[in-house]
Design a protein around this ligand. Sequence first.
Ligand code: NAP
Length: 525
Amino acid sequence: MITENIIGKKTSALGDKTTVAYNPKTNDQLEGTFCVATPEEVTQAVSIANTAWPQFKRLTGIQRAEFLEAIADEIEDLGDDLVERVMLESGLPAGRVKGERGRTCGQLRLFAQVLREGSWVNAVIDTGDADRKPIPKPDIRKMVSSIGPVVIFTASNFPLAFSTAGGDTASALAAGCPVIVKAHESHLGTNALVSQAIQKAAIKTNMPDGVFSSLVGSGYSLGEQLVQHPLIKGVAFTGSHRGGVALFNLANDRDEPIPVFAEMGSVNPIFMTPEYIQAHSQELAVGIAGSVNLGAGQFCTNPGLLITIENSQTNKFINHLVEAFADLKASSMLNTSIRNNYLSGRKRAKFTTGVHTEFESLPDDNYSAPPAIYSTNANVFFNNPFLHNEIFGPTSILIKCKSIAEMVEVTNNLKGQLTGSIFMEPNAQDQYKILANTLEERVGRLIYNGFPTGVEVGYAMQHGGPYPATTDSRYTSVGTDAIYRFVRPIAFQNCPAAFLPEELKNENPRGILRKVNGVITKDNS
Ligand code: NAP
């Protein structure tokens, strides 16, 4: 069966090139053939997105909420067909896929709630004063408004929750931006099913034609055309550093540069204090092993660096860590290229002078990710930039420091991270204040006595961090604030009441929280 690209409310197959999907475990070709989008189809998808935009952004929050809820319903209606296809294309187990489906629908419904409540637009009103001396004060009212059509590059490692209807798409649609998805070649069938669900939801809820399109093709041709198209106003991406930086540069080289929100990974250091290790050695070792091996280590929050102070307790802890790693089961990786990158990354770490192998299981098939732990000292870490990079898979490098001061120096040498964790005992916290303060400057989320994997989707989550974790540390790609990537502030000065958006009218018809003359209130202005 040939699956066509989705362009608004239609499907399209203008080109003669097709592509197929593979099972990462068996390397067998899976059912289905997918049409590769042509440049003409790119133009069509972008033009109808641009035509849909003015109407889409002016829909009420409730109308866009109904669309997001309908998408979640349609995804759930796909039932086991979706679960089975995701499993075949990703090698992920049923439990994980069902959990991810729940997270995906939960995210869509959470953004719907945000829209229904309405205060997310950050309405600010400074009322005018014609009698102010020496000059009258103008009436200025500000809120955020969507930036226009955006391109979403779907991630390989979350075929549902960071993919076609994932957090990026949900937040962009919630903001009022039409979305064009560039499907990930690792899960083409999954993308087709979810894209059809979104298309159905758009038709059912009477969305303007063009609010969603989904195109298949290679990053280098399709992705570049999309990012360079003058009507595209923003980009969201999750994946490799190389891919994210390429898209960022492309977007900045345009006549009109546009924002690229690229989430490119991180080594998520875990600092383990001696007092904590002494009190919880085995429990900590088991927790770390589980976090490193979760999802075959294919999470952007995977802990890739473990930092501690060398002493007799540490040696005992390493024994516990080795035991915990020996109990791990290797899981399959998402695709052959990710697996090859993983195996070559850990080989390069292993053969760095001054790095010791503490535990390493070897591949016994062609698809799974055998876990490993290597160790070294701070000097070797400082002198080998490669050890600062993400090894995407279940490998972690333990750095043995001589002192707390050296731990702080390691922190100062870290690049920007999504997360950083510190394990410490309540009665031995004071001496780690500088470490915590230094780490805070490097990360988007600072975790105490907990592991970085398992990213809660909520109002307070920050899933972003200083470069190179992301291209813009001011934003998050998980949680409700992800919506702010796709809006810009607009102020209305001395605007006639009839022209004001509902959210800025005196009588506050939406009943939202606003800042009126410096005071947060739901009152009239
Ligand atoms: P990727 O190679 O960065 O690709 C992600 C998406 O971006 C794909 O759709 C890809 O298209 C597109 N793309 C990549 N480079 C591009 C470019 N220069 N121009 C236009 N489009 C481009 O990531 P991946 O395939 O998911 O995995 C590869 C590696 O990325 C992994 O081994 C891992 O190291 C890292 N990764 C990190 C995270 C994280 O969260 N930290 C997540 C996933 C992957 P094509 O596939 O068509 O080229």
